[in-house]
Design a protein around this ligand. Structure first.
Ligand code: PLP
Length: 388
């Protein structure tokens, strides 16, 4: 630079609307800007800051691993990778026995879809209306509305059928002998924490078994304790063939994973799947801390308790109802949710919107406590009069 200060964001692609708050550090469930303004973070950086900010065990393990060895690929065995796989498989249960580590949610779904198409030799994927699975080609192909919006590729990589998210009979009908897989978010995140019913999930599982198709649960947003159980698969008693996760998996360090049943993994040997960064040592060390902390600090019980408290206390001001589970909560609002979000941010509380204009989304760190919700309740009451 020539000493003159450049315009902020002069060289960044302008693809994101950005909030009027620039965090420079965080502590627990709070973010701080340069001037020391403190903001309660109920959005967690899109559900990523699972243990909040500045978590002592997480940051010290990341620092230690970075000092020892920042990176080595899957070309060599790593004890920390093996340990992370053991912990994640034990944490997940649900009949899942093997894991393939990647770097993001889209990459996890891309690989899960590839696996399903290869294993079955079929060509069709059934997905749900309003679902979102990521922006790479295969993940975007099964994201509802992308082909009319932002998909961007000249054709789909396979056949896709979208079915209504509240019509189990329509789903069962769509799953046939050409279906490689059904992909479902157990609670649809971007759609506004929309609950897929237990019955719908059970029908999806049985339709897949009947047709020889695979059930993929996309738990990129719902996973790692966010629903008050390790995964939605546990909460709803579903045993998927494949489960994808990312977001808070490594507490903020980029990481994703595809978990699979043993019989699926059996078909995938050397060379069948690959990634450079997936399963790197820092990500794996961080995953181990995340899982250990969820267990040691009883965070699943905390999520269930504080989530119930939100429903009990937050039906005030602009909030008319609730959807979602655990810490993937949708607050239905009588005015556009974006107005509520902006008014709350002006009172130092960060929340998120969703694809549903009347749903405000909460995706807080799992370490959130009841007293933080009291602040939200007060703020919702205060902003009410200003919202038309
Ligand atoms: N699947 C779901 C359910 C998501 O919510 C997201 C991201 O929001 C993705 C997939 C894509 O994840 P990523 O942005 O890490 O590629």
């Amino acid at each position: 630079m020539d000493g003159q200060s450049k315009r902020f964001g002069a060289h960044l692609g302008e693809v994101y609307a950005q909030l009027p708050f620039e965090p420079v550090r965080g502590e627990g469930v709070y973010l701080y800007d340069q001037k020391g303004r403190r903001v309660l973070d109920l959005y967690g950086g899109h559900a990523v800051a699972l243990l909040g900010y500045g978590h002592a065990a997480l940051t010290s393990v990341i620092a230690r691993q970075a000092k020892e060895m920042v990176f080595q690929s899957n070309a060599v065995p790593l004890r920390v990778r093996d340990e992370a796989a053991d912990k994640l498989i034990e944490f997940a249960g649900a009949g899942l026995k093997r894991v393939f580590f990647v770097n993001s949610g889209a990459e996890a779904n891309e690989n899960a879809l590839r696996i399903a198409l290869k294993v079955t030799g079929r060509t069709k994927i059934v997905a749900l209306e309003h679902g979102f699975h990521g922006r790479t080609a295969a993940a975007a192909a099964v994201s509802f509305g992308s082909s009319k919006g932002w998909y961007g590729f000249p054709r789909l990589p396979f056949d896709v059928v979208f079915v209504a998210r509240d019509d189990p009979a329509a789903l069962a009908k769509a799953v046939d002998a050409s279906t490689a897989a059904v992909i479902i978010e157990p609670v649809q995140g971007l759609a506004g924490a929309y609950d897929i019913s237990r019955e719908y999930l059970a029908v999806a599982a049985s339709a897949c078994e009947r047709a020889g198709a695979l059930l993929i649960l996309d738990e990129v947003q719902t996973g790692m304790g966010r629903l008050g159980e390790p995964f939605g698969a546990n909460l709803y008693g579903i045993a998927p063939h494949l489960l994808t996760t990312a977001k808070g998996l490594a507490g903020g360090f980029p990481a994703g994973a595809v978990l699979m049943r043993a019989e699926i993994a059996h078909d995938f040997k050397v060379g069948a799947l690959g990634t450079t960064f997936g399963g790197g040592p820092i990500a794996c060390a961080a995953m181990c801390v995340v899982i250990d902390t969820i267990r040691r600090d009883n965070l699943l019980a905390r999520v269930r308790d504080v989530s119930a408290y939100v429903r009990e206390r937050c039906a005030v001001g602009p909030v008319t109802g609730f959807q979602g589970a655990g810490f993937l909560l949708g607050l239905r609002t009588r005015v556009p949710a974006v107005k509520v979000r902006d008014a709350l941010l002006a009172r130092d509380i960060l929340t998120g919107t969703s694809a549903d204009p009347h749903v405000l989304r909460l995706l807080p760190p799992l370490v959130l406590e009841r007293r933080h919700i009291d602040d939200l309740v007060n703020a919702l009451g205060e902003i009410n009069a200003t919202l038309q």
